[in-house]
Design a protein around this ligand. Structure first.
Ligand code: ADP
Ligand code: MG
Length: 275
């Protein structure tokens, strides 16, 4: 399989949408696996106390496992909470334990509470440009956000350069997006000027229904080239994979869902980081 070119510097991508069930976690783990298959070094940070991304990537997330909680609340270095994923040699994971549910509240009294994640990521020796870090650098950090706009998601928005917003091709798809984009503007104005909505991915697309096609068309009209050409089809194989502790990329690599996620990963890598 053709490797794709590595970015000049680590790309930190936040996968966010405050709606639940739109495909954030599915997109995070499958795009991560796709990028790894294309020869990219990838770190997934699970920022959802449910730990679904950790499960899908088969990384332990029982209480006591070094996790995102330790990173955010105790200031543990990133290197101490990273775990290898059996999914791919180039893929590592910071799992989320249920303790993370308390972090929203525990962080309230902490100094610079919204930039804890940014600090942790940028302090890691393998994050940075080719000149600074060399061959061993991480190419992508993908952050899987919880379905809310609380302090956890805020930490991700402050930490990231780019946002990847999955949009489910269903009625009400655009509802709530305004609020998300307002939050992005607030973050850009006050906390992280560099934040850029670089990528929108249409998920759970069903080409047989007019509703799904209509929504996809509306999203493309609204967001133009930010929307990836590849849409992810609704497929049972995609939803089955996590129960085997796998992404669909290894569970059923030839399935339409896997091929689409690989193509989405290739598009992300080919488009490159926004200038
Ligand atoms: P979120 O992280 O935004 O809450 P998930 O990624 O957990 O969303 O997806 C919600 C549900 O939809 C899950 O049960 C998942 O397996 C399922 N799902 C996601 N993408 C697809 C798809 N392309 N085809 C079928 N089911 C999907
Ligand atoms: Mg999720």
């Amino acid at each position: 399989r053709m490797a794709s070119q590595r970015p000049d510097a680590t790309r930190v991508m936040v996968v966010a949408n405050q709606k639940g069930g739109v495909g954030k976690t599915t997109t995070t783990v499958n795009v991560a696996a796709g990028l790894a298959q294309l020869g990219q070094r990838v770190l997934v940070i699970d920022l959802d106390p449910q730990g679904n991304a950790s499960t899908a990537l088969s990384v332990d997330h029982r209480r006591g496992t070094p996790s995102t909680y330790d990173l955010l609340v105790d200031g543990a270095p990133l290197s101490e909470v990273m775990h290898a994923s059996p999914e791919h040699d180039l893929l590592q994971v910071v799992p989320a334990t249920i303790d993370l549910a308390g972090a929203e509240i525990e962080l309230v009294s902490v100094v610079a509470r919204e930039s804890r994640l940014r600090k942790a990521i940028h302090a890691h020796p393998m994050v940075g440009s080719a000149d600074e870090v060399g061959e061993e650098r991480l190419d992508y950090v993908l952050i899987d956000c919880p379905p809310s706009l609380g302090l956890l998601t805020l930490n991700a928005l402050v930490a990231g350069d780019e946002m990847l917003i999955p949009i489910q091709a269903e009625y009400y798809a655009l509802e709530g997006l305004g609020q998300l984009l307002e939050t992005v503007e607030m973050v850009r104005a006050h906390l992280n000027q560099a934040l850029n909505v670089s990528t929108i991915l249409i998920t759970m697309f069903d080409g047989r229904t007019r509703l799904s096609s209509g929504v996809a068309e509306e999203v493309r009209e609204h967001f133009g080239d930010t929307v990836l050409k590849t849409a992810i089809p609704r497929s049972v194989r995609v939803s089955e994979a996590p129960s085997y502790g796998q992404t669909v990329m290894t569970y059923d690599p030839g399935s339409p869902g896997a091929l689409s996620y690989l193509e989405a990963a290739r598009e992300i890598s080919t488009k490159g980081a926004p200038a």
